[in-house]
Every structure is written in structure tokens, then in C-alpha cells.
Design a protein around this ligand. Structure first.
Ligand code: ZN
Length: 134
């Protein structure tokens, strides 16, 4: 598999409304999109930083993945997403043969219409890792 760049860094926050001003007013980035991903029970806010984005994630349901994450660990970095140069299913098949534990065995739709798949932190030295492509 070939990775081209860090597509985004996902950060779990309690409230987009409270977190966005830090990125906008303190870091001087501008939020260019807010999107709800119903399937993941999150509302996301995006900031472009070079080729990479910051994706803030607010839970819309305490039982959703971000709700549970914040309850356990508090706010903070949730995942890193790498952009693939090439097919996502092909990459997942390759990882399968290398005994990497996959959360998604097949690509699914994420925010911004990307195809995404997550690798289990048990196989990635503790970092929830997302692969994505357009
Ligand atoms: Zn992501």
C-alpha cells in the first residue's frame, strides 16, 4: 500500500461550539465545513492545515463511539487518518494477510464523501488509525 499524506487528525471534543473558537481565534484557522455523520453519531467541524485537516468530533449520542471515548479518556486526539494512493479494499486485503486487526473489513462512507476504514489500536501501537481515499 502507498500512503500519500496525513489526510486528517480526528480530535474528540465535548462541544464544537466551545472548541471551534480555539482553532479560529487562537490558532487563526478557519472552519470551512460542519457536517453530521449520523451513522457515526457525530457532528464534525473541519479546518484545513496545508494538505492536512483537523477534524473536530462532537458526539451526538453518549452511546456513540465518540461519546464513549470522551467518557473513558476525556477530550483529545481520537484518530489519525492517512490518505491512500490506490484502492482501499486492496489495502485492507493486504493488511489482513499481515495479521493487522481491522475494525472495517470493507470500506464505508465517512465525512466529506471519503471511503474510510479503521484499523484496531491493538494492531497499531495504540493509535486508532484510519485509511481513506476519494
Ligand atoms: Zn476521521
Amino acid at each position: 500500500m502507498k500512503i500519500s499524506h496525513v489526510e486528517h487528525i480526528g480530535i474528540a471534543v465535548k462541544s464544537l461550539e466551545e472548541a471551534i473558537p480555539f482553532y479560529q481565534n487562537v490558532l487563526g484557522l478557519s472552519c470551512y465545513a460542519i457536517e453530521e455523520v449520523t451513522e457515526q453519531k457525530v457532528k464534525t467541524a473541519f479546518f484545513q492545515v496545508g494538505q492536512t485537516k483537523i477534524e473536530l468530533l462532537e458526539s451526538t449520542d453518549p452511546e456513540g463511539p465518540i461519546g464513549k471515548f470522551i467518557e473513558k479518556k476525556g477530550e483529545g486526539i481520537h484518530h489519525i487518518a492517512f490518505a491512500l494512493d490506490g484502492g482501499l479494499q486492496l489495502a485492507l486485503d493486504e493488511l489482513g494477510t499481515k495479521d493487522i486487526q481491522l475494525i472495517d473489513k470493507a470500506p464505508r462512507k465517512g465525512a466529506e464523501g471519503l471511503n474510510i476504514a479503521f484499523l484496531h489500536p491493538k494492531s497499531t501501537h495504540g493509535v486508532l488509525t484510519e485509511l481513506c481515499n476519494k
